[in-house]
Design a protein around this ligand. Structure first.
Ligand code: ARG
Length: 460
């Protein structure tokens, strides 16, 4: 295996050690960013007079050729991507390629490459977040009056609408969008020119390379620039947060598509059958998203644990931040897309949902609220409603079946006026407070959501 070092070594490294340390395979993900970083560096070397202008031009020309010919021409039997690019450049431009590494190190290079690659991936994930939000708004707009039981403790609590429920996921995604925006912002600084750890005696311009690469500014301290991996941790953490929410959404789809619920049917394109039970339609994509959230959480935990004991300065340990980072980015992007596809093609069984709210006592709070509105202390109201629930249960009826006469018998404080909030529809309609499930409140929420959707990206 070819390396960029070894002059001071008498013996050669063992094959196992070479193989153990090789990162070319995962580095290939950011081969393009490695070349782009080198182009910025080479230009700067020419402009500051550190190397001759014509040498710089030659380097840039060769590097641009590498960009054009693609990664297939890069050697694989080398230690890492930096070695591969330099070797390929040597084949194209000759010995002048050896000047490219003036005033830099692989330590600042790899941190720069990873940041540049990460910024692109974060932007792509934001696009997926927005696309999923768009579908959620469409589903919500169609289902402002679709009733279903809202749960607490996974027990029927109060009736809500499907729009209200879906919009809860919308705002979670909005937070993810904002979080990704912040991660992009703090990741957008340049380590390039930090060299190995202590800077360089050459009169480089770090401002120029940062600008050329579209980064905000150079990281002020070279030791920090080459040591720190907070951008990896921020990204891994954001991915795990997204995956946690997608996992919860998936669990709802798994539950809701089960025969006991029958609230939703997922499309053929995203479900699988059983090799033995012909009747089955399994929600595999939702299950895989739910399960793989574990990987995203594990990846964050693995890199955080790896980082916590490291002293300042480059440590080889950090080479291993990349496979988990790439895995989490891929997983998150694909899970967002699959969730969008599941919601886009889902068939909602409106009748089954509404039926579940039937005589489920989920309007008990409405009865208590009604009494409280008529001046009865809520504690006392709660007790009266408890009595009403018991009466109904004894008679095998629901709250909505009570007559005026029944009500009077339960308490002199109850009258027929309460009947209109005892139906799930009446209950939902009455919840007009900001952020509530009432269709008028949800309409406002959707309008606010659409304003966010119309903006480009996730401005904070
Ligand atoms: N493959 C290495 C990594 O990803 C590149 C930096 C190597 N630097 C070094 N001093 N060996 O971290």
């Amino acid at each position: 295996m070819r390396k960029l070092w070894g002059g001071a070594f008498k013996g050669s490294s063992s094959d196992l050690a070479d193989e153990f340390g090789q990162s070319i395979e995962s580095d290939l993900r950011f081969w393009r960013e490695d070349v782009e970083g080198s182009i910025a560096h080479a230009k700067m070397l020419g402009e500051t007079g550190i190397i001759l202008k014509k040498e710089a031009n030659l380097l840039v020309k060769g590097l641009k050729q590498i960009l054009k010919e693609g990664s297939d021409k890069l050697p694989r039997d080398v230690e890492d991507i930096h070695t591969a690019v330099e070797e390929r450049l040597g084949k194209i431009v000759g010995p002048v390629a050896g000047k490219l590494h003036t005033a830099r190190s692989r330590n600042d290079q790899v941190a720069t490459d990873t940041r540049l690659y990460l910024l692109k991936r974060l932007a792509a994930i934001q696009v997926e977040v927005k696309a999923l939000q768009g579908v959620i708004v469409t589903v919500s707009s169609d289902h402002k009056n679709t009733l279903l039981p809202g749960f607490t403790h996974q027990q029927h609590a109060q009736p809500i609408t499907l729009a209200f429920h879906q919009m809860a996921h919308f705002w979670a995604l909005q937070r993810h969008g904002w979080r990704l925006e912040q991660v992009s912002e703090v990741s957008g600084y340049s380590p390039l020119g930090a060299a190995a750890l202590a800077g360089t005696p050459f009169p480089i311009s770090r401002k120029q390379t940062a600008k050329e690469l579209g980064l905000t500014a150079p990281i002020p301290n070279a030791l920090d620039a080459t040591s720190e991996r907070s951008y990896v941790l921020d990204a891994l953490h954001s991915c795990s947060q997204i995956m946690i929410d997608l996992s919860r959404l998936s669990q709802e789809l798994v539950l809701w598509s089960s025969p006991e619920f029958g609230w939703v049917q997922l499309d053929d394109s995203l479900t699988t059958g059983s090799s033995i039970m012909p009747q089955k339609r399994n929600p595999d994509m939702a299950e895989l998203i739910r399960g793989r959230a574990a990987k995203a959480i594990g990846n964050y935990s693995a890199v955080a644990t790896m980082m916590q004991g490291l002293i300042l300065g480059y440590n080889r340990d950090t080479q291993d931040d990349k496979p988990p980072l790439f895995e989490s980015l891929d997983l998150t992007e694909r899970s967002l897309a699959l969730t969008r596809m599941m919601l886009e093609t889902a068939t909602w069984n409106v009748e089954a949902m509404e039926q579940s709210t039937d005589r489920d006592f989920s309007t008990a709070t409405d009865m208590a609220d009604y009494l409280a509105r008529n001046g009865i202390p809520f504690r006392q109201a709660h007790e009266i409603v408890g009595k009403a629930v018991r009466t109904c249960q004894e008679r095998g009826i629901g709250l909505e079946d009570l007559t005026g006469k029944d009500l009077k018998k339960i308490s002199s404080k109850l009258d027929e006026g309460v009947l209109k909030v005892l139906t799930p529809k009446g209950s939902v309609k009455s919840r007009t407070s900001e952020g509530g499930t009432g269709p008028s409140a949800v309409t406002k929420q959707i309008a606010a959501a659409k304003k966010h959707l119309a903006k480009s990206g996730f401005p904070t």
